[in-house]
Every structure is written in structure tokens, then in C-alpha cells.
Design a protein around this ligand. Structure first.
Ligand SMILES: [Zn+2]
Length: 303
């Protein structure tokens, strides 16, 4: 029996724990509410219980584990284990989530950016399997990005994670919370479509997509603008990384994959300087499990 690691996917609404083997198969799993309002200590206690139950079902124990990988929305401080995200995890910022788990279980524990974890998962057991160079865009409430270079996740200066959602695709575009104008995220993430649709009476991004599909011209224009933004971003990503695989994941990325595939395809078709015949645009296949599998894969690699 191959060694197991625990992968944990920490989200704003729920935390998923899985015992994952070296092939990326999930042997046991639990999901608990994040419930950030109840505070960090209560969340940590729920996580410990979910870990204990997952280990029991997988018939493993901390001494046999390769470790516990924690996929978490950034920013966080990897060295101190401190969560610094006040947007998705309000009230948890400033708390060290790594040390208490490492001390309690006596096994290695690491934080990994959730977008990086998702691509690691897809590289081990999903749509990026076998790829040497891949770029993944996770489209939903925000737009996360990750790059796989020579089979390893790209980490930047000081170990930081690339912020592909903040590629500028329209310098005259709407303001982004990062201080820039016209970032990909400010034009194509769910809240951007919701904001553009609010003035037309649409409740959220999905309402805009539905109206566009039904032929409402104003909704079609909003969706087309987001697709144009994605096309511009993919153009830059193609030329920066020359990826073999471009993956779209996340809730919106998977539900509306055809839109993003076509937008990326338009960029690929125009890219005369790139080896476009060697570039594939694919949909992520692990869905919500990608981050959990990838966080575990990191620990299995370390071991
Ligand atoms: Zn930005």
C-alpha cells in the first residue's frame, strides 16, 4: 500500500480533508463548515476532528503520513504559518494554523496557495497529467492562477505566488482592489460581471450568463467583454510561458468552459510567434477536489 498524505482545502465556506495516495486517489474524506464567524480556535478544533475522522476511515495514523498539506487562499506567511487573508477568512488573519497541527500530530505541515494546490492536483491526477509546462486559471469569485514549470509549481521572489488575475488587459478598464485599472479579475471574475449586470437588473453573474444565453443583447455584451479580457490574458500567458496546457478551473471556469475555451482559442489562433500546435486548452477535471489532492501531493513530493 502506497504512502498517504492528508490534503486540506480551506475555503471561505467549507474545509475539505482527504487522505490521498501517490496516484492522487482519495481514500477517505470529510467536509466541515469553515464558519469563520465562530472564530479561529473553533475552526481549528473542527479541522482536527475532521482530520482524526479521515485518518480513522483511511486506517492510517500521523506517524505513517507523509504530512498534512493545507491549501489556503493567500496571502499567508509560509514561514510563520500565519493566515493573512482578511477577505475570504475574516477573523482568522494573524493566526498560525501550521504550528498547532504540527505539534498535535508530530508530522510535517505546510501551507500552500490554493491556486497552486489546484494545479498540483491536476498535474498529479487530472487534466495536466504528464505536462511539463502548464498554466491554470481558476475563475470564480476571483481569478487565481498558477504555473507549472518543468513539472514544479512556479514560486516567485520570496517564495511568493504569481498573481495572474492581476494581468492588465485593459488599461482604461475598471478599478481593481490592487490599485491598478483593468486587471483580468476586475473584468472577468464573478463580481465584475455581477457589478456590470446590476444596473440592468441582473441578480448575479449567473443571471447575466443566463440572459446572454437567451439572447439579451446587453447581457451578451457583458459576457463578451469578459471573454475579450480572458483572450487578452491568455495571449500574454501564451507568450510568457509557452504552456503545453492551459487549464480552466473554478466554478465559473468549469460551468462556462466553452466561453473561455473559445476566447483562449482566438488568442492561440493569432499567436504566430508561439508553437500553437503544441498548446492545448482544457477543462480541469478534478473539480472541487483539485486543491485537496494537490495539497496532499506536495507533502508526498516532500517525503
Ligand atoms: Zn488587480
Amino acid at each position: 500500500m502506497s504512502r498517504l498524505a492528508l490534503g486540506v482545502d480551506i475555503g471561505g465556506t467549507k474545509i475539505a480533508v482527504g487522505a490521498v495516495d501517490a496516484a492522487g486517489a482519495i481514500r477517505a474524506r470529510r467536509t466541515v463548515a469553515t464558519d469563520v464567524e465562530a472564530g479561529f480556535d473553533a475552526g481549528l478544533a473542527r479541522l482536527v476532528q475532521a482530520i482524526d475522522e479521515t485518518m480513522a476511515e483511511a486506517r492510517t495514523d500521523p506517524a505513517a503520513l507523509a504530512g498534512i498539506g493545507l491549501g489556503c487562499p493567500g496571502p499567508f506567511d509560509e514561514a510563520s504559518g500565519r493566515i493573512e487573508n482578511f477577505y475570504t477568512l475574516p477573523g482568522w488573519e494573524g493566526n498560525d494554523i501550521v504550528s498547532p497541527l504540527a505539534a498535535h500530530y508530530g508530522t510535517p505541515v505546510r501551507l500552500v496557495n490554493d491556486a497552486d494546490a489546484a494545479l498540483l492536483g491536476e498535474a498529479l491526477a487530472g487534466a495536466a497529467r504528464g505536462a511539463r509546462i502548464a498554466v491554470m486559471l481558476t475563475v470564480g469569485t476571483g481569478i487565481g492562477g498558477a504555473a507549472l514549470i518543468d513539472g514544479a509549481i512556479l514560486r516567485g521572489a520570496a517564495g511568493a505566488h504569481p498573481e495572474i488575475g492581476h494581468l492588465v488587459v485593459d488599461p482604461a478598464g475598471p478599478e481593481c482592489y490592487c490599485g491598478q485599472r483593468g486587471c483580468l479579475e476586475a473584468l472577468a471574475a464573478g463580481p465584475a460581471l455581477a457589478r456590470a449586470g446590476a444596473g440592468l437588473g441582473y441578480a448575479d453573474a449567473e443571471a447575466v450568463f443566463a440572459a446572454a444565453a437567451a439572447g439579451a443583447a446587453a447581457a451578451e455584451a457583458i459576457v463578451a467583454r469578459s471573454a475579450d479580457a480572458m483572450e487578452m490574458a491568455v495571449w500574454s500567458l501564451i507568450h510568457a510561458f509557452l504552456p503545453e496546457v492551459i487549464l480552466f478551473g473554478g466554478g465559473m471556469g468549469e460551468r462556462h468552459f466553452a466561453l473561455y475555451r473559445d476566447a483562449a482559442g482566438r488568442a492561440v489562433a493569432r499567436a504566430v510567434l508561439a508553437p500553437v500546435g503544441a498548446i492545448r486548452v482544457v477543462k480541469a477535471t478534478l473539480g472541487n477536489d483539485a486543491g485537496m489532492v494537490g495539497a496532499a501531493a506536495l507533502m508526498l513530493e516532500d517525503a
